[in-house]
Design a protein around this ligand. Structure first.
Ligand SMILES: [Zn+2]
Length: 470
């Protein structure tokens, strides 16, 4: 490797938007991609999922994953399909969850292609899936777990170090030391007090720091009074009416956090004891990973209290799922199901049956993107279209915004402030443009650091900061 060629960093996703995280680090002839995320949301970004990748995937030596959310790992099988076959460095928790998330993504991608063929709306004839289940099975063996809080030698003088990020199980920030310089990627950062996971750590400082800005322009409100009171109150009222409570939740991490909250609400006598169901095969699979990853859970969490809610029932078959809200079942219950934004999955048949009955309640537990059924309900829709027909909304709709597992602007500043040494340059990505700009302004003003918001495709040279002085 010629020692004269400086390392560089190129932003190939999550620059100008919150999804599609992909950052290319080049050290001499070595190319390392940090995160391989799928673009989601607006069409102008999603179309990039189908385009050829900007860098020939067979020239990328390594991929590093910060965590197992689709917008950070979902593009990996597409890169494998296009020729990538190197190691994919990640934590053990990320490996376990990525298996679940990517297998589900492969299944959905193939199903979407079939639907497009039937509907005739694909540009391709026949419609092509972005990748297949077979591509996923070729990608999974590439996942190579390494220890958290320890240096891993990637060769060519490059070392990698993961530090816990407290966002979902296995999530980590990653420091790449290239010999001449160092660069730290925050990945998605959790709040300072995740209800289930060990807290986020402080990574070793680096000359260049790439920080996320999902909530770069927002602060989470302090809960007024008792935690999750809106949720508790909705359960009490629905049960008093003889109704049931539907809780759509993201299958990975959110179901665990909701179960933890329900356990505490019960222990504190704030909700009546009614059966609790987890009705999502993906959520059950993720729950099994959380159950056996005890070393990643909060030390003060009693695993028995957390997971053995006395009458917690996991629903597996589609028949059992249908029976849950069939009308033959008597008595109130709480049903956790996916998807979190109500755009597909088992939640739909529960909504069809539960929304028309004013005794029931639906509790929304996460961010509801524009255009989703979840957003429509949050905005007060009086009917909702499902399976081609309209269903009246008479059930009570409640939002519990205390479930966010993303750092807010103050959490992000605290994380940056703790870095030693302080960064020479902070690169703000993974946010809507206003959020990224707002965070960059606060970093300049409150921390006195150089902070910029890179554009998609922008390349930044990472010279040795020592040499840059002279
Ligand atoms: Zn994430």
């Amino acid at each position: 490797m010629p020692p004269t060629s400086p390392a560089s960093l190129t932003f190939l996703g999550a620059a100008g938007t919150v999804t599609g995280s992909k950052n290319l680090v080049t050290v001499g002839a070595r190319r390392i991609l940090v995160d391989a995320g799928m673009f989601q949301g607006e069409k102008k970004w999603r179309v990039r999922n189908w385009a050829d990748f900007e860098v020939a995937p067979d020239t990328i030596g390594d991929i590093v994953l910060t965590h197992a959310h689709m917008d950070h790992c979902g593009y990996l099988p597409a890169l494998v399909r296009q020729g990538f076959d190197g190691p994919v460095w990640c934590t053990e928790g990320t490996r376990l969850l990525a298996e679940i998330v990517l297998r589900d993504a492969g299944y959905l991608a193939e199903r979407d292609a079939v639907d497009a063929a039937r509907g005739g709306w694909s540009r391709h004839n026949p419609p092509l899936p972005i990748y297949t289940g077979a591509d996923v099975e070729r990608a999974l063996p590439l996942l190579t777990p390494v220890e958290v809080d320890a240096d891993a030698d990637l060769g060519d003088g490059v070392t990698l170090r993961f530090t816990r990020a407290g966002h979902i199980l296995g999530s980590a920030s990653v420091t790449l030391d290239t010999g001449a310089s160092s660069v730290l990627f925050s990945g998605d950062l959790g709040r300072h007090d995740h209800p289930v996971l060990r807290p986020l750590g402080t990574p070793p400082g680096a000359a260049y720091v790439v920080v996320e800005s999902t909530y770069g322009d927002r602060e989470h409100p302090d809960p007024l009074g008792m935690p999750h009171e809106a949720f508790a109150d909705a359960i009490r009222r629905a049960v008093a009416r003889g109704g049931s409570v539907l809780v759509p939740a993201f299958a990975v991490d959110r179901v665990e956090v909701v179960l933890r909250a329900l356990t505490q609400l019960r222990e504190d006598g704030r909700i009546p004891t009614v059966p609790i169901y987890v009705n999502s095969p993906m959520a059950s699979a993720a729950l099994a990973v959380y159950r056996r990853s005890v070393s990643e859970l909060r030390p003060d969490l009693d695993i028995n209290d957390f997971f053995r809610i006395s009458d917690l029932v996991e629903i597996h078959s589609a028949e059992e799922s249908m029976a849950l809200t069939s009308g033959r079942r008597r008595g109130s219950s709480i049903i956790l199901t996916s998807s979190g934004m109500l755009n597909g999955g088992r939640v739909l048949h529960h909504l069809e049956r539960m929304l028309p009955d004013a005794r029931n309640a639906v509790v929304l537990t996460g961010f509801q993107a524009a255009g989703t059924r979840g957003r429509a309900l949050a905005d007060g829709a009086t009917e909702l279209k499902m399976h081609g027909h309209y269903v009246p909304v008479r059930a009570e709709i409640v939002r519990d915004d205390e479930f966010s597992v993303h750092a807010d602007a103050s959490d992000l500043l605290d994380w940056l402030r703790a870095l030693d040494p302080a960064p020479a340059t902070v690169l703000v990505n993974h946010g809507e443009p206003e959020a990224s700009e707002a965070l960059a302004a606060r970093i300049r003003r409150e921390l006195g650091l150089t902070a910029v918001v890179p554009a998609h495709g922008e390349r930044v040279v990472l010279p040795d900061p020592g040499r840059a002085e002279d």
